[in-house]
Design a protein. Structure first.
Length: 301
């Protein structure tokens, strides 16, 4: 057949290369596999080190199943935040594991469901399941420790371990793609001619906080909006994730929101995002890069 005859020389050529160089083919394959695994291991260890040393987050990377709860805590009744947090930790440590605790500095956006509550701290705990959390909630010592804060809100979260680890591996692909396609990096930033008014409030709070020098966490409770809002928010998120990949920071906790009260606030997603310090965050929110994308951050709440 003329068509088959036309293809036969190329087919034989391909087969002959593999058949004549089987050892070389295996060596190339092994080398490529080792390089990929080494790059993935390096990326994993990089974010593990950032999590432990800078964010001071004790979340384990892998687990079979778990239930997380993020506590947003208002002003401590007696004015001593550390004392109140230690009492809360002592009352809860037998029921679950503290993975993160941070001092609240400023709230960039308020939720219409939660109102303009003033927060002093954020605590994240990991439980074996929701039943373990419900047992803690019924504990008298925990209820007493929690009552020392003037305002509290607890948000449940189903945190997928593979998704959270895989996101950091996706960042590696983004970095390599930008490198090998010679794309311009988004950092250093160019300052925006007219920064948004809210940025001054944010920066005054962050730059005046000693604990925000090396790392800050931004906790997001998100309720997805309309299809148009979700499309716009995806464009914002894509640009931000690309920047995070380039600068080695980003989400440390992403999970599906779970309401803990029958008639309480409703959210779709919880995200705790690490940024490399208050000064960097201020450069970001006052940049042309951020000014060009922030209007796309559209959610229902």
């Amino acid at each position: 057949h003329p068509y088959k005859a036309h293809l036969r020389p190329k087919t034989l050529l391909r087969r002959s290369w593999y058949s004549k160089n089987p050892r070389m083919a295996k060596q190339v394959l092994i080398c490529c596999t080792v390089l990929v695994l080494a790059a993935c291991a390096w990326q994993y260890l990089l974010y593990a080190e950032l999590r432990a040393d800078l964010v001071q987050d004790r979340q384990g990377a892998f687990y079979w199943d778990a239930f997380h709860v993020v506590f947003f805590l208002g002003e401590a009744a007696e004015g001593d935040l550390l004392v109140a947090l230690r009492q809360l930790r002592d009352a809860s440590k037998a029921h679950g594991r503290w993975v993160y605790a941070g001092k609240a500095v400023v709230t960039p956006r308020y939720s219409s469901q939660l109102g303009e509550a003033q927060m002093d701290a954020v605590v994240t705990m990991q439980f074996t399941d929701r039943a373990a959390y419900e047992t803690l909630r019924e504990d008298a010592a925990f209820a007493d420790a929690l009552s020392r804060f003037q305002w509290t809100y607890a948000q449940g979260m189903k945190r997928n371990a593979l998704l959270n680890v895989g996101l950091h591996q996706y960042f590696l692909l983004v970095k390599l793609w930008k490198l090998f396609t010679f794309q311009t990096m988004d950092y250093p930033f160019t300052a925006a001619p007219s920064p948004r008014p809210m940025t001054d409030v944010l920066c005054d709070a962050l730059l005046g906080e000693e604990l925000a020098t090396d790392a800050i966490m931004v906790w997001n409770l998100l309720l997805h909006g309309t299809a148009e809002q979700q499309a716009a928010n995806a464009a914002y998120g894509g640009a931000m994730l690309s920047l995070m990949a380039q600068r080695n920071y980003g989400p440390m906790h992403i999970g599906t929101a779970v309401s803990l009260e029958e008639d309480g606030p409703v959210f779709d997603q919880v995200a705790g995002v690490y940024y490399p310090g208050g000064r960097y965050f201020c450069e970001l929110v006052k940049s042309e890069f951020f000014d060009a994308i922030i209007d796309n951050k559209q959610v229902a709440d």
